[in-house]
Design a protein around this ligand. Structure first.
Ligand SMILES: Nc1ncnc2c1ncn2[C@@H]1O[C@H](COP(=O)(O)OP(=O)(O)O)[C@@H](O)[C@H]1O
Ligand SMILES: [Mg+2]
Length: 364
């Protein structure tokens, strides 16, 4: 076999390969290895001490250093790179000549970051499922007595029509029972597993309905709502009810944050396809639609920014803290992404990215 073939073979492998000779010099380092480690290839790297080439990746250098004195070589081990946060899965081998002497070492590795994220999502789903069963059981138990309280307070209110004091107390009891019931309904909504009823839907219908639903929850006052959807936006495969809920929750929060004046702007655009790993570990490009919902309200305080999607986190006296948790659950079910940011001009911006047709449709 010509030498050139071996070079091409190693260079184009889809795993990172890094080999060193017994005296600690780089013998092979392929393109993927550079890419995963976040280093720039220099033709002069070959032949240099690995400690020098991997100067900025000391955790990787340390693994290679172990190759010559470890009796037990790590196989399919994992490492989180300190410098980039990437997770790599690696196998370390020794190179031996026909006499059995160790002449070098190879590190064979793969970027597991994306796999890691998917697993994390899976774990979260499991945890929510367990938590959900419990919460659903409690919510069901609480629902009936609450309905009872509301009905009986209503009866009493009619019987005590003359007493002003009793009337005002009973009005409060009924109001509080209604509020508790709304929270119970939201908890049930949150814990119920989502079964997507996927259809081809137009985003403009979904958004229009979401605005009017949000208005029915919170008085909108003089808040201006602007919706910018390109004429030729592709219809997406999604669950219309769930997506309407998603945008309703975002608009509701925006209206609540602005207390009657300001503006909310929703802008959608199609993004070029993104490479997504699929069930077969091949990649294919998925066109995505990005929807931004931005308001010019007071913004989310920086110190709570990373908690707003957590269930039950709220800064409102009457809040359930489930609005954004439900939003995230719906986005996840559609294989989408969501993030929040504080634009420099103030306010809050949520950015939702949804695949035009999710893998829920293609692979499940
Ligand atoms: N548009 C927004 N502007 C400012 N703060 C927001 C906005 N949206 C969400 N938040 C913050 O995130 C928290 C969680 O929101 P959410 O999960 O919908 O629960 P809730 O609305 O019941 O408080 C809110 O209490 C609020 O502090
Ligand atoms: Mg909310």
């Amino acid at each position: 076999m010509p030498d050139g073939f071996y070079r091409d073979l190693v260079w184009t492998l889809r795993n990172g390969v890094l080999a060193v000779t017994r005296d600690g010099r780089i013998a092979v380092m392929n393109e993927v290895a550079y890419r995963i480690l976040g280093l720039i290839p220099h033709p002069t790297d070959i032949g240099l001490p690995y400690s020098q080439v991997l100067r900025e990746r000391p955790d990787v250098a340390r693994i290679i250093a172990g190759a010559f004195d470890l009796s037990h070589l790590p196989n399919r081990a994992e490492l989180r790179l300190k410098s980039t946060g990437k997770v790599i899965g690696y196998t370390l081998s020794q190179v031996r000549n026909p006499e059995g002497e160790i002449t070098g070492a190879t590190l064979f590795f793969k970027d597991l970051t994306r796999v890691e994220q998917l697993e994390e999502r899976e774990r979260l789903r499991d945890r929510l499922a367990a938590l959900g069963e419990m919460a659903a059981a409690i919510a069901h138990e609480v629902k009936n007595p609450l309905a009872g309280i509301e009905v009986m307070a209503g009866i009493l209110k009619r019987q005590l029509a003359e007493s002003q004091d009793a009337q005002s107390i009973l009005r409060d009891i009924i109001k509080e029972a209604k509020m508790a019931n709304a929270i119970v309904l939201e908890v049930l909504d949150f814990v119920r597993p989502i079964r997507l009823q996927v259809e081809r839907i137009s985003l403009s219908d979904v958004v229009r309905d979401a605005v009017s639903m949000a208005e029915s929850h919170v008085p909108r006052g003089d808040v201006r709502v602007e919706v910018v959807l390109p004429e030729d936006l592709a219809p997406i495969q999604g669950d219309p009810h769930q997506l309407r809920q998603l945008f309703t929750n975002l608009f509701t929060n925006a209206f609540e944050a602005m207390t009657g004046k300001g503006h909310v702007r929703l802008v959608a655009q199609q993004l070029p396809g993104e490479e997504e790993p699929t069930a077969t570990s091949e990649t294919h490009a998925v066109p995505m639609i990005q929807v931004e919902v931005a308001d010019n309200g007071p913004g989310v305080p920086a110190d709570v920014m990373d908690r707003i999607f957590s269930p039950f986190f709220t800064t409102k006296p009457q809040g359930s803290g489930l609005g954004l948790a439900i939003v995230r659950k719906i986005v996840d079910a559609h294989d989408g992404r969501i993030d929040v940011s504080a634009p420099p001009q103030g306010g809050t911006r949520f950015r939702v990215t949804l695949p035009v047709s999710g893998s829920h449709e293609l692979f499940r």
